[in-house]
Ligand binder design. Structure first.
Ligand code: BES
Ligand code: MN
Ligand code: MN
Length: 461
């Protein structure tokens, strides 16, 4: 049983702060040197923690960090996956402290303190728990399994190069289970294990009306304004029941039985607190489903950004030539991301009047994932959380996406166990992202128990 003393806690925190100071923003090519610096930092941390071999694996994009320690050819092998890249921190003005200058402050949900920085929870803090837990097991002679670490630098931009790598390195990556901390849990008094992730289709649309920006007095009323048209087209993507109108969009969507939905509804969820926390007058969503279901078992469609025309100071009278939007769809089992992209394209073109020309491009995507709870990976995680939280964890399907997880299953044939320790309120991808110190240390204490139970369950199987 892991018990961290004050010195250990302080030094782990100081190291994580060092890691969080490096701005590993994968989406912004200006930061490529810092992304590489972070990879080297992680490689060194793996070496110091007890990996007997490590490697920086070059890709067409940012490098992958690999490390391993083989204890016994007959022992089960755990592949730990995580990412050291982070989302861009903007809008910077909404941060209370600088995103790459970590500070510890208490919050309502983290009275013992939380570490504020971009990547604190997603995913540097959660990834680092694995390195520290591994170090603890090595140091205390309690590492029962072989371990392979694969920490990538392109999760936040779609993991395309990681996909290429895993296809090429199938044998090297052979494992009995994949262990990931890149999701959340219900609350600090109610642990949960993520059993599903949504898929993602991400499109970008550009509407062109007139061949140049026009004076809105000279032409207004006679020429279709691409922004007006785009708004109307977007508005048509949901019906009055807030269902998505793309023909065929729901075909194949796996419907849960009433019993499964009743079981899901057992997970604690406080609608008033939910609204309060994000400052909402009311929630929204597809008719016939609860808020918890909207983000877990139902697909969704959102505009992530929309722009065009004049957005500077003051007023400029103009009918813009172009209007743009980024539109994403979260998918559930039964949907295929490329097929959904095709359906979106056909439908969006069909909504366009002749007065505009529509161009559509697709960004990275990924398939949804669900894992049954009868496998030994889940059981080992269940036992581990039960011991450290003194409470049984609840299985929940998460609304976010980690596109590489379904590919792990397809390419490597392995199940992933999603042992998340973040909270939804930790503001990942938002200003003031943070990670509770309780959660960070609890993660480090829980992970070794996963190894212990996984080893025992595997041996008795
Ligand atoms: N760690 C998140 C995914 C996540 C967070 C899943 C919380 C479940 C609960 C991951 O880093 C992420 O942000 N994924 C992106 C997709 C990716 C292709 C950019 C997402 O979900 O938007
Ligand atoms: Mn992540
Ligand atoms: Mn993320």
């Amino acid at each position: 049983m892991v018990h961290l003393d004050k010195n250990e806690k302080d030094s782990y925190l100081a190291e994580l702060i060092e890691l969080l100071k490096i701005p590993s923003i994968s989406a912004d090519s200006q930061y490529a040197p810092q992304v590489r610096e972070t990879a080297l930092w992680v490689e060194k941390a793996l070496k110091n923690a007890g990996c007997t071999s490590t490697e920086i694996i070059e890709t067409k994009g940012h490098p992958i960090v690999y490390g391993e320690r083989m204890v016994d050819a007959d022992a089960p092998t755990v592949l730990v996956y995580g990412h050291y890249d982070v989302q861009p921190p903007d809008p910077l003005e909404l941060w209370d402290s600088a995103p790459f200058d970590p500070v510890v402050k208490p919050t309502e949900l983290h009275p013992e303190g939380a570490l504020f920085a971009r990547g604190a929870c997603d995913d540097k803090g959660q990834m680092y728990m694995h390195i520290k837990a591994f170090e603890w097991m090595v140091k205390n002679n309690q590492l029962p399994c072989n371990v392979k670490f694969m920490i990538e630098g392109e999760e936040e931009v779609g993991s395309d190069n990681l996909e290429t790598f895993i296809v090429a390195a199938k044998e090297r990556l052979a494992n009995d289970v994949i262990l990931i901390s890149d999701t959340g849990m219900i609350s600090n008094d109610q642990p949960s294990i993520t059993t599903g992730l949504r898929g993602l289709t991400y499109m970008e649309v550009t509407l062109t009306g007139p061949n140049r920006d026009l004076h809105s007095g000279l032409y207004g009323g006679a020429v279709a304004n691409p922004i007006n048209i785009l708004s109307k087209m977007i508005a048509q993507l949901h019906d009055t029941n807030n269902r998505i109108t793309i023909p065929g969009f729901y075909d194949g969507v796996a419907e849960l039985s009433l019993k499964e939905r009743e079981e899901m509804a057992q997970a604690p969820f406080n609608l008033e607190a939910y609204k309060e926390e994000i400052g909402l007058g009311d929630v929204w969503g597809e008719k016939g489903y609860s808020t918890a279901e909207h983000t877990a078992i139902r697909p969704s469609l959102d505009v992530n950004g929309i722009w065009g025309g004049y957005t500077g100071e003051g007023a400029k009278t103009v009918i813009p030539s172009k209007a743009h939007a980024k539109i994403s769809m979260r998918l559930v089992p039964g949907q295929d991301w490329e097929k959904i992209a095709d359906l979106f394209e056909a439908h969006f073109h069909s909504l366009a009047p002749k007065s505009v020309h529509v161009e559509i491009t697709r960004h990275h995507g990924g398939e949804p994932y669900v894992t049954p709870i009868d496998n030994i990976g889940y059981k080992a995680a269940y036992k581990a959380y039960s011991e450290t939280f003194d409470k049984a964890p609840i299985p929940v399907r998460g609304g976010g996406s980690i596109p590489i997880v379904p590919l792990f299953e397809k390419v490597l044939g392995s199940k992933s166990v999603l042992m998340g320790f973040g909270l939804d309120s930790d503001a990942i991808h938002s200003p003031n992202e943070h990670f509770g110190l309780f959660n960070f240390y609890k993660g480090i204490e829980t992970i070794p128990l996963f190894y212990k139970h996984f080893y025992a369950l595997k041996k008795s199987n």
